[in-house]
Write a protein that binds this ligand. Structure first.
Ligand SMILES: Cc1ncc(COP(=O)(O)O)c(C=O)c1O
Length: 427
């Protein structure tokens, strides 16, 4: 009789190296990646290919708002995919209509267009602005220095950072940059061609800088006076991250006149789908029908699957009051980061942010970083990786904390103590 041998055990290899090799041979190298490859996650934790556990305070750059492998997201995906994944926007589907209603309910009277990413949501707003000004020959959008609006051709022209434009010139015309939080500069920059101003409520990639309440109210009055659209990019700072649905609602709470504030257009993505790709823009009622049939479209925008997931995420966030968790835990974490800035000025210059969108600005010259040509933000992030914590660099000097909105107090404490350990080792 033929003997049946059990199959030999798999050859033990360094799995990270094999994954990296697949990338170096096959994936366009447009990203600077960290030397980490992940296999799975659970809640606020991620596990890499060699089984090391990480506390994820980056949440996929403000995306995984319910953490990893959340059963409500899995259930929504499974249930909806059993019924209908996609039919195209040639037809109506209930989840898209319901999600539009839920988003508009939380922002203000208006309508919603669905896209697939943040850059694409912003592209839609740029088209809205062009359509708005078209018959008067107005087309120019003013955006802020240090802003980030995405990587498509119009979005890099809109982004107020040279590094994203380099090598891709000439830029798409019709964008000019103004200093952030400077109302007078905005007024002075308006030309006869200007049609809109776009800002982030809290600049993310630019280093976690919230807009001042007077700036928001001033821009609203200025846009009304000059007949400009006020557009807000809520891709990173939106979806309850600051403790309210949108950052402007948080920035303007308890500010006289703040309750009446609304932008004319607002982009969303990232946490909207909790990791499932979906983007959207909301447009205020007077302008909601500007983009009529045939003017704007995308095959995958607002599929029943994406919308079912986004609806479930809204339900979980509100049922579990994760907005107030973001506010409370965020305030505690910020006070802890401020304590670290005070106690270790040779390593930390300042701490800032709103809710669970926090930035830690590193000191200019940290001696331990001098021998490497990598930025302080990258070197600090690498040390945190070694300590089992993921954060996101923003520019060369800032690290961002953008954890899941359902982060637990004990996890926040673990994160702060590991950050403190790394800071101490550098002091
Ligand atoms: C404020 C802001 N806008 C737009 C984008 C672009 O979004 P996406 O990468 O989904 O295109 C980002 C991404 O980081 C962002 O932070």
């Amino acid at each position: 009789m033929k003997e049946i041998f059990p199959s030999p055990p798999p050859i033990v290899r360094n799995e990270f190296e094999s994954v990296r090799e697949l990338f170096s041979k096959n994936v366009v190298p447009s990203y600077g990646r960290f030397d980490l490859a992940f296999t799975h996650g659970a809640g606020s934790y991620l596990f890499d290919v060699v089984g090391k556990k990480y506390l994820d305070l980056g949440a996929g750059i403000a995306v995984c708002c319910l953490g990893h492998a959340h059963p409500a997201i899995t259930d929504a995906l499974v249930e909806q995919s059993k019924k209908l994944i996609h039919v195209s926007n040639l037809y109506f589907t209930e989840p898209q209509g319901r999600l539009a209603a839920e988003l508009a309910k939380r922002v203000g009277a208006g309508k919603v267009f669905f896209a697939n990413s943040g850059a694409e949501a912003n592209e839609g707003l740029f088209k809205l602005a062009r359509k708005f000004g078209h018959d008067e020959g107005r087309f120019e959008v003013l955006t802020a220095t240090n802003s980030f609006h995405g990587r498509t051709m119009a979005a890099i022209a809109a982004t107020g950072q040279d590094k994203v434009k380099k090598g891709f010139e000439p830029m798409t015309p019709g964008f000019r940059h103004i200093p952030f939080n400077d109302l007078e500069a905005a007024r002075n920059a308006i030309s006869p061609a200007t049609v809109a101003i776009m800002i982030e409520g809290v600049q993310g990639e630019g280093g976690v800088t919230p807009a001042a309440s007077e700036y928001l109210l001033g821009l609203r009055a200025l846009c009304d006076e000059k007949k400009l659209l006020l557009l807000m990019d809520g891709v990173q700072c939106g979806h309850f991250r600051t403790g309210k649905f949108q950052s402007f609602q948080r920035i303007l709470e308890n500010v006289p006149g703040g309750e009446k504030f609304l932008p004319d257009g607002l982009s969303m993505a990232k946490s909207l789908g909790g990791g499932f790709p979906i983007g959207a823009f909301w447009v205020r009622a007077p302008f909601a029908d500007l983009l009529g049939p045939g003017t704007h479209a995308t095959t995958f925008g607002g599929t029943p699957l994406a919308c079912a997931v986004a609806l479930k995420i809204l339900e979980v966030i509100e049922r579990e009051q994760l907005d107030s968790n973001a506010r409370k835990l965020g305030e505690w974490m910020k006070s802890e980061l401020e304590r670290l800035a005070k106690n270790y000025p040779s390593v930390v210059k300042s701490a800032r942010g709103l809710g669970l969108m926090l930035g830690l600005e590193l000191a200019e010259k940290i001696p331990a970083f001098a021998s490497s040509d990598k930025s302080a933000a990258i070197q600090f992030t690498n040390r945190l990786h070694a300590a089992g914590v993921l954060v996101i660099p923003a520019g060369t000097q800032v690290i961002r904390l953008l954890p899941p909105l359902n982060l637990k107090p004990q996890e926040a404490g673990e994160g702060i103590s590991k950050i403190e350990e790394v800071i101490k080792s550098l002091a």
